[in-house]
Design a protein around this ligand. Structure first.
Ligand SMILES: Cc1cc2nc3c(=O)[nH]c(=O)nc-3n(C[C@H](O)[C@H](O)[C@H](O)COP(=O)(O)O)c2cc1C
Length: 357
């Protein structure tokens, strides 16, 4: 464990005056050993031990993305080894989570879990019983209320500008204060387009205690994506919300347009009704197909079969035209690849909390 427990607040620059409940919320993160309330989002295969371990080693909350059960325990051990004694987190993407994933998290005494996409009541109860600190990412006030009622320890508020699968309909700056109103002493993290210190400072001003980003951490040497994916992100100037890459997970996601979306999506990202139905009818496959299967390797822009899998290291480069290039709406503001530790430090600079009134 980290002994630098009080370092989470730095009263040097005015950014946010803390109320009693803010102090309590921040103290909970400090007690976990988190030095900077900067969370790297779990992103399945894109956030493996190298990325999550580097973020945690830098004092942030590094999150191992959900991996197939057959490699899950080994991935957790490898992440922990890279985190150099700092706390790590793992992401349980609820539609894909199996009982074994949970069992391993508990056996390995992982200190922090983030949940996403759906009702996690049973998981929250089980994890908390074993002392795990549970965050849930939510996309609405209704969902936040359910998560709080289910007993979560922290909330991540996702705005509609987020990359990957998107639950929110409102922009972050609108939804965040609405959720903060409900939360009292729970730490609240903000997600969606938070890529620089000034973004972090803005959401702190709206009541957030921490920030969470996926897209900014994709553009690191440590993320487990193909270089062609990194290049597509650096070249991107817009994104669309679509259901296209929905085989097995037929819900809305934000991607950078490519040949596949040009072939099948209308300008607003929508897809033909029959394709949406086809994707929905195969959602039962998600707990049957191993997550490590390279199902995306057979995808082609011209054939209407598009899984949610991203283009990983070692895969064929041309698949960039046929796979989901998940990214946040603000991706055009990112122009460089930086080590994960620098991103943690940059975002932490924006989050300065003042104890004195
Ligand atoms: C490539 C990618 C994959 C993602 N996969 C997951 C996931 O597996 N689990 C999860 O909880 N969130 C996932 N997300 C969503 C993030 O939790 C978060 O809402 C989002 O990254 C915030 O927006 P930003 O990308 O603009 O920072 C993913 C996001 C991206 C960009």
């Amino acid at each position: 464990m980290n002994d630098n427990r009080d370092a989470i607040t730095a009263p040097s620059r005015a950014s946010k005056h803390l109320s009693g409940s803010d102090i309590e919320a921040l103290a909970k993160l400090g007690a976990l050993g988190v030095r900077h309330p900067v969370m790297q989002a779990g992103m399945t295969s894109a956030s493996g031990p190298a990325l999550a371990g580097a973020v945690s080693a830098a004092g942030g909350i590094g999150t191992l993305g959900l991996h197939d059960v057959s490699v899950w325990e080994e991935m957790i051990e490898r992440t922990r080894a890279r985190a150099k004694g700092n706390p790590i987190s793992v992401n349980l993407l609820l539609p894909y989570t199996r009982v074994k994933h949970l069992d391993v998290v508990i056996r390995q005494q992982v200190p922090i879990v983030t949940l996403f996409w759906g009702d996690g009541k049973r998981e929250i109860r089980q994890l908390r019983k074993h002392g795990v600190f549970v965050f849930q990412q939510v996309g609405s006030v209704v969902e936040a209320r359910k998560a709080i009622d289910a007993g979560v320890d922290g909330i991540i508020v996702q705005g509609v500008e987020a990359g990957g699968h998107v639950r929110a309909e409102k922009r972050l700056d609108v939804l965040l204060p609405e959720v903060v109103e409900l939360t009292s002493t729970l730490p609240v993290f903000a997600a969606g387009g938070i890529y620089a210190a000034e973004d972090a400072a803005r959401v702190v001003g709206l009541g957030a205690h921490g920030v969470c980003t996926g897209t900014r951490f994709l553009l690191t040497p440590e993320s487990h994506i193909h270089d062609a994916y990194r290049e597509a992100l650096l070249a991107a100037d817009n994104t669309i919300l679509t259901h296209l890459f929905g085989f097995g997970w037929p819900d809305l996601h934000r991607v950078v347009p490519n040949k596949a979306t040009e072939r099948w999506c209308r300008e607003n990202g929508s897809i033909p009704g029959w394709l949406k139905m086809l994707n929905t009818s195969f959602s039962f496959t998600r707990k049957l197909v191993p997550m490590k299967s390279r199902i995306s390797s057979i995808q082609k822009p011209s054939v209407p079969f598009f899984s949610p899998a991203m283009l990983g290291r070692g895969q064929q480069e041309s698949l960039i035209d046929a796979t989901a290039i998940y990214a946040g709406e603000q991706v055009g503001r990112i122009h460089d690849i930086k080590p994960a530790s620098e991103i943690v430090a940059e975002l932490a600079k924006g989050m300065v909390f003042r104890h004195e009134q």
